[in-house]
Design a protein around this ligand. Structure first.
Ligand SMILES: *Cc1c(COP(=O)(O)O)cnc(C)c1O
Length: 473
């Protein structure tokens, strides 16, 4: 061990190595010294555990690799060929050209974010979206915040702190990413009163739970699961009427929320914002980056009296929307106002793409794979906390590898090779087949996909033509 410690190179010797010297073009010298010290420290710890000292070259190369990783942003574009349109891990909704341009303009310089150009006085950033949201939803008031989770937290904190909020047991749900209704409720200082059972809740359950302490009724859209069979839930108008009799607001967390009727595309109905408003919900809460198809944001529309309480609450400042998101959201909402959302907003372009067009593109993709892939029928999921049971018919490009008992690991290798392309292409694995769905890729990205597929087809260990045995998808 002593000998190993003695063979550790010095900081100076490492720093003067030509490979590390050349890194000074991209990283500041002080950081480089830090990386060298940290590397030496971790080698020292490893030797103390009984491992041998790596060679000088190994140490240099590991420092170079770390410097390389540090000097490039790790967040980068990928191609979503997973077949899940609103993929939370891949950043949910891609934005329209107009939304991107608006965000670019807002990022570049100063804006009239909170400045009234007429009077020259201070104003509110909300003015840039409030009117459009009121027009689209029919509500009298609107507020946008950082995301829907913070919108729900703000509403509960402002309206129900130290009070009780009644919700159906079947709606005390977890959305994913740590958003659980009971925990958000606790955080807000409100007490959740669960009524009914997992599968059945009746209006009498709500009614029986109303007391002096009740501050609000809450409805949460079961956005990522489905309860089937013997079920009952209370329709919105009934809940609203109950709230009105007891002077209690109804908060409606729609999750995705949506301004367009999803059934026109053959999907299950997803609750529409304007319906909730028309049926009398006090506040309707939904995300900017789910089916609205804009940037991350939490949108709240509803009654002015309630909204004013939200605006005045200190949390409103803590969860306020940023100027770039606001610019993108405003541009996205405009597409709905102009009646061009299906043509312009990428998530709706994907949803509305005819299967014949998807098939034509899938054939092109398969050709780039030199016939080593097959085009098969499949389904696209909308995802992202919307339409839990709804899918769209699609055509998938199916790639296989050597199969057999190694099938799983080789299809993993293939998936990894696609992820390692200049622009990573992300597919989904089913059994020992890798599936790529053109529906979740915009046609203008096809060039990048074709390049990646071509590179995989001509590289080592190309995919293998599907056989009956490997086709079980
Ligand atoms: C997605 C979702 C949320 C959280 O919205 P974010 O915009 O991701 O913060 C809250 N409630 C429901 C029902 C959801 O589906």
């Amino acid at each position: 061990m002593e000998a190993s410690f003695r063979s550790l190179p010095s900081v100076d010797r490492l720093i003067s190595d030509a490979r590390l010297k050349s890194l000074e073009d991209t990283l500041c010298p002080a950081l480089l010294v830090d990386l060298v010290r940290q590397r030496l420290e971790s080698v020292r710890r490893s030797i103390a555990l009984g491992n041998s000292c790596p060679s000088f070259d190994e140490i240099v190369e590991s420092i170079c690799a770390q410097a390389e990783a540090l000097s490039h942003p790790s967040l980068r574009p990928v191609i979503n060929a997973t077949g899940v349109i609103l993929h939370t891990n891949l950043g949910r909704a891609p934005l329209s050209e107009e939304a991107m341009a608006a965000m670019d303009r807002a990022a570049k310089g100063y804006t009239n974010l909170e400045f009234d150009l007429d009077s020259g006085r201070r104003s509110s950033r909300q003015v840039h979206v409030e009117q459009v949201l009121c027009q689209l939803s029919g509500a009298e008031s609107a507020l946008v915040v950082n995301n829907n989770a913070s919108g729900v937290l703000l509403a509960l904190s402002a309206l129900a702190r130290r009070g009780e909020v009644i919700a159906s047991r079947g709606q005390a749900v977890e959305i994913g990413g740590g958003f659980r209704i009971p925990e958000v409720m606790r955080q807000s200082g409100a007490k959740l009163v669960e009524v009914g059972t997992t599968n059945c809740t009746y209006i009498t359950d709500y009614e029986g739970a109303i007391s002096q302490r009740t501050a609000a009724l809450l409805r949460v859209h079961a956005s990522n699961f489905r309860v089937v069979g013997f079920t009952h839930s209370v329709a919105l108008p009934e809940l609203v009427a109950l709230g009105e009799r007891h002077d209690l607001p109804l908060l409606d967390d729609l999750g995705s929320g949506c301004f367009l009727d999803t059934t026109q595309f053959g999907l299950d109905p997803e609750p529409m914002v304007q319906d909730s408003v028309a049926r009398g919900a006090g506040l309707v809460l939904f995300s900017g980056d789910k089916l609205v198809g804009g940037p991350q944001a939490g949108i709240i529309v509803g009654k002015k009296g309630l909204m004013d309480k939200l605006r005045r609450h200190p949390l409103a400042r803590a969860v306020r929307i940023d100027k770039i998101g606001l610019a993108g959201l405003a541009a996205t909402l405009l597409h709905y106002l102009k009646g061009e959302a299906v043509k312009r907003v990428p998530v709706w372009r994907m949803i509305s793409a005819p299967v014949e067009e998807i098939e034509r593109r899938a054939e092109l993709w398969a050709q780039a794979l030199k016939g080593l892939a097959e085009v098969i029928d499949g389904e696209t999921m909308v995802g992202g906390g919307s339409l839990p049971g709804g899918t769209l018919p699609t055509k998938l490009v199916a790639l296989s590898t050597q199969g057999g008992s190694q099938g799983q690991s080789t299809v993993q290798t293939l998936a990894r090779r696609l992820r390692r392309q200049g622009t990573p292409v992300i597919g989904r694995i089913s059994g020992n087949v890798l599936l790529l769905d053109p529906r979740t890729v915009l046609p203008e990205e096809d060039g990048v996909v074709l390049e990646a597929l071509h590179s995989v087809a001509t590289g080592p260990e190309p995919p293998r033509r599907l056989t009956k045995a490997t086709r079980g998808v």
